[in-house]
Design a protein. Structure first.
Length: 214
């Protein structure tokens, strides 16, 4: 009996076309065809399963948004390297939009590699290699109005906990509205801890750094 394992043993790559190929191969076997004739049937279906080649865009044809600026020569060199990777990445015809976040840096030297801090939106395609160049790394921006920056940062460092262990459970979880009101810790990690009714929480914007493909 011809099965998917038979086709794989013959060197064929599994795909959606296997269902039709297995049925055709088994039909040929039952009709008395030898292995060579059966493989000819499978070869014919395999050749039909190859998608047509799609040409790459010209470099720079698809624009992208750059969300950072260089303050010195080292940062300028970093941005230039990131942009080289991004321009090459955006040559893929399945990519419809791109952006570079402020935490950007190159990730390797292979052409088409998404840089750290790179964001790519894809249409009708999934690109596993873009999930992600900097996995589990993210960046969040919170905008606080009418707050003295030094006092806010000092309070944040006092209340924040970095690394594993060393802090009591729940101590490093703060709700945004409580953080805004002098960094009072919440009683739990729940994001639904009710904010004080007399104070409006600040506006906030959050973005993920490494890429996502839609």
């Amino acid at each position: 009996m011809i099965t998917g394992k038979t086709l794989i043993a013959w060197g064929y790559r599994p795909g959606a076309w296997f269902t039709e190929a297995i049925a055709a191969a088994e039909k040929a076997r039952l009709a008395g065809s030898d292995e060579m004739a059966i493989r000819a049937v499978v070869d014919r279906l395999a050749s039909q399963s190859v998608p047509p080649a799609v040409a790459l865009r010209k470099a720079g044809e698809l624009p992208y948004r750059l969300n950072l600026r260089a303050d010195d020569d080292d940062e300028a060199a970093n941005i230039a390297a990131v942009e080289r990777q991004m321009r090459e990445l955006l040559r893929l015809p399945t990519i419809v939009a791109g952006s570079i976040m402020p935490d950007a840096c190159p990730s390797g030297s292979a052409p088409g590699t998404i840089p750290v801090g790179g964001v790519a939106a894809a249409k009708d395609a999934i690109h596993p290699g873009m999930h992600s160049a900097d996995i589990c790394c993210s960046m969040a921006v919170t905008i606080f109005a009418d707050v003295e920056p030094t006092a806010l940062l000092d309070a944040g460092m006092k209340r924040s906990h970095f690394g594993g262990g060393g802090g009591r459970e729940g101590a490093n979880c703060t709700h945004l509205s409580r953080f805004w009101r002098n960094l009072t810790p919440t009683r739990s990690c729940s994001p639904w801890y009710p904010p004080p009714s007399s104070t409006s929480p600040p506006r906030a914007m959050a973005t993920t750094s490494s890429t996502s493909a839609a």
